[in-house]
Design a protein around this ligand. Sequence first.
Ligand SMILES: [Zn+2]
Length: 466
Amino acid sequence: MSRTVIHGGLVITASDEIHADVLVEGGRVAALAAHGTAAAGSWTADRSIDATGKYVIPGGVDAHTHMEMPFGGTSAADTFETGTRAAAWGGTTTIIDFAVQSVGGSLRGGLDAWYAKADGNCAVDYAFHMILADVNESSLKEMDLLVSEGVTSFKLFMAYPGVFYSDDGQILRAMQRAGGNGGLIMMHAENGIAIDVLVEQALAAGRTDPRYHGDVRKVALEAEATHRAVQLARVAGAPLYVVHVSADEAVAEIAAARHKGLPVFGETCPQYLFLSTDNLAEPGFEGAKYVCSTPLRPREHQEALWRGLRNDELQVVSTDHCPFCFSGQKELGRGDFSKIPNGLPGVENRMDLLHQAVVEGHISRRRWIDIACAAPARMFGLYPKKGTIAPGADADIVVYDPHAEQVISARTHHMNVDYSAYEGKHLTGRVETVLSRGVPVIDRHTYVGRAGHGAYLPRGTCQFTR
Ligand SMILES: [Zn+2]
């Protein structure tokens, strides 16, 4: 059994910071011991990694990605191969992607199609949520089967009428089913019916530029849908996870629900923490690079998101990584913002951007690891296999240099997309080495992984509700 020792670093988890050496044996963490102790000195290993002056942190868990996702007549530009490789470069060792039910199709059919896309192609471990695009008697029954095979979370859309949209009755039925089988409902909370009216009116008035995408997707329509989702979950007796929360009023709805003791959870994404409607309004057609839904908000909303993350009103930061190239994909929406494919690249940048938030004083180091590793693992039934460094956990470990400087650029990133949403941004902190189940994937800034190393992860149910 191969043995690795990572010595000299500061081990940071969601709960502790300890100056300790870490022994990895056969793909798992075998032991931790304080630097210089007899226990640490007695370890023999095949490989030794010097982490002096560095952080030793759990591999990131990105609970919201869309590799090869079909949307608006095109497909997200990262495959499972390129997307998971980029994830590894950025210190993320687990992704949870979304399998999609087609309208009129079964959950089984959608899930099997996504198993086939990912199988043998991933550089790091992966799991699936299921998008319910067609809630009916048979898909409701299938939810039970999926939970029992380890696909324990289901995404519903109050947005995108005619595509993924579910009405309140369908949402209630799916929530009732999840309340009974242990599944977790994930909600895209925006009032899509009202938004579509505003889209039509904006286009008719000649307001076709990317910035109007942010304009029509009103804060009030995110807050209203969030409120409605909370009430429906309450009636159904089911827990609720609201994805990509972007507006201060939506954070307030989640906070109010949590203060009542309801099992309601919130996720936000780096783009809402670091970008704003200023980007959507960039001249020419540049704003298209920042079109995603929920949309970027005015800068003033960011403080509510940071506060929510500090106060545990929001628990998770995922990327909603759904990259479309500017050339040929985002350009589909020239002259009509509603035809711009929705989504941003980010799977490679999340751990670094959140470390920058530590540097800037928004969150503590342990909260960084909580929102990026431990809480998403717990939320989606992967803890403590993923999300921490403790005996028995998978040895998904990142050696992180907190002092290294870097500048984000599309010229140097590894995502299969021709622009970066954070082009030119200076960051302090950089991933140095990444292990996935004890196997090096990034070795001192060199990719040494391979497609097919990443394994599929069946998941348990949400660990915040049991
Ligand atoms: Zn998404």
